[in-house]
Write a protein that binds this ligand. Structure first.
Ligand SMILES: C[S@@+](CC[C@H](N)C(=O)[O-])C[C@H]1O[C@@H](n2cnc3c(N)ncnc32)[C@H](O)[C@@H]1O
Length: 263
């Protein structure tokens, strides 16, 4: 169990806040039927610089979790994100279900959990691109855990924006899940999903085989798709089907579109 508490504001009596948390910790293992040693508590605090949350450093411990036929390494203590975005479970399942016999491209792959599902669903080959060495190492460990053959499923460390433009390969199924914003020494310029999504989608379509499918997803809550600029494509909003039951109270957690060239 991964439990997160938003740090109580200063106006709340700290003893009262602690008592409330202790009360939750006392009953949760019993209610969920899990061993108290498998409860991981993380406190979310505002770090310097407004909206960002500080990282809570504890002992680095990786744990295995399962999701359908897949298993993943997650980290409940060192990173704010565990290595597995839970809101994308239906999207990963959909990818697994349609991957048989296909080639798969995972752009901004993070820990490559979607690629693991594609491989388990019978994808013949794949390429997963991310800029971060840390996440690609994590992805490799996820491949090992699931017996994913890395001679057919490659992990590429690159700026996905540059990689898409340079690649001549075509994939049957493409996942484009860019971060809301990204800037780094390793990349040229700054990525802003709202400003750049039309170009991103067009570049990703250049990597999509004739008759193939592009799945475009964003977690940016204020996102507006530029339908006019994409009017020459077949664009289907599949967000409702991709929302898991446990996120139904936050339907804006992400949006997902299925995009195909019309010709
Ligand atoms: C999958 S995206 C965003 C995930 C999720 N949709 C969200 O909003 O939090 C995060 C990943 O993008 C990677 N990333 C950011 N900018 C990148 C770039 N220009 N090229 C390749 N990977 C990049 C990061 O290393 C990270 O693994």
């Amino acid at each position: 169990m991964h439990l997160q508490e938003y740090a109580p504001p200063k106006t709340i009596d700290p003893v009262k806040a602690r008592t409330r948390l202790d009360g939750a910790l006392a009953v949760l293992p019993e209610v969920l039927g899990i061993d108290p040693s498998n409860v991981f508590l993380k406190q979310r605090k505002r770090g310097k610089g407004g909206e960002r949350y500080g990282k809570l450093a504890e002992h680095g411990r990786f744990h295995q979790v399962s999701e359908g036929p897949a298993r993943f390494w997650v980290n409940f203590t060192e990173h704010l994100d565990t290595g597995l975005f839970l809101d994308h479970r239906p999207l990963r399942a959909a990818i697994r279900q349609q991957a048989k016999g296909k080639s798969f491209l995972n752009l901004f792959c993070y820990t490559a959990s979607a690629t693991v599902h594609a491989a388990l669903g019978g994808a013949v080959s794949s390429t997963s691109v991310d800029m971060s060495r840390t996440y690609l190492d994590w992805a490799r460990r996820n491949f090992l855990l699931n017996g994913v053959d890395d001679s057919r499923h490659e992990l590429v460390q690159a700026d996905a924006l540059v990689w898409m433009k340079a690649s001549t390969a075509r994939y049957d199924l493409v996942l484009l899940d860019p971060p809301t914003f990204s800037s780094s020494k390793r990349m040229e310029g700054v990525l802003d999903v709202q400003r750049d999504h039309v170009a991103l989608i067009e570049d990703a379509l250049k990597c999509t085989a004739a008759g193939g499918t592009l799945l475009f997803s964003t977690n940016y809550q204020g996102f507006k798709l530029d339908a006019d600029a994409l009017a020459h494509l077949s664009v289907e909003d599949i967000s409702a089907q991709m929302l898991p039951e446990d996120f139904k109270r936050r339907p804006k957690i992400h949006r997902v579109w299925r995009i195909r060239p019309t010709t």
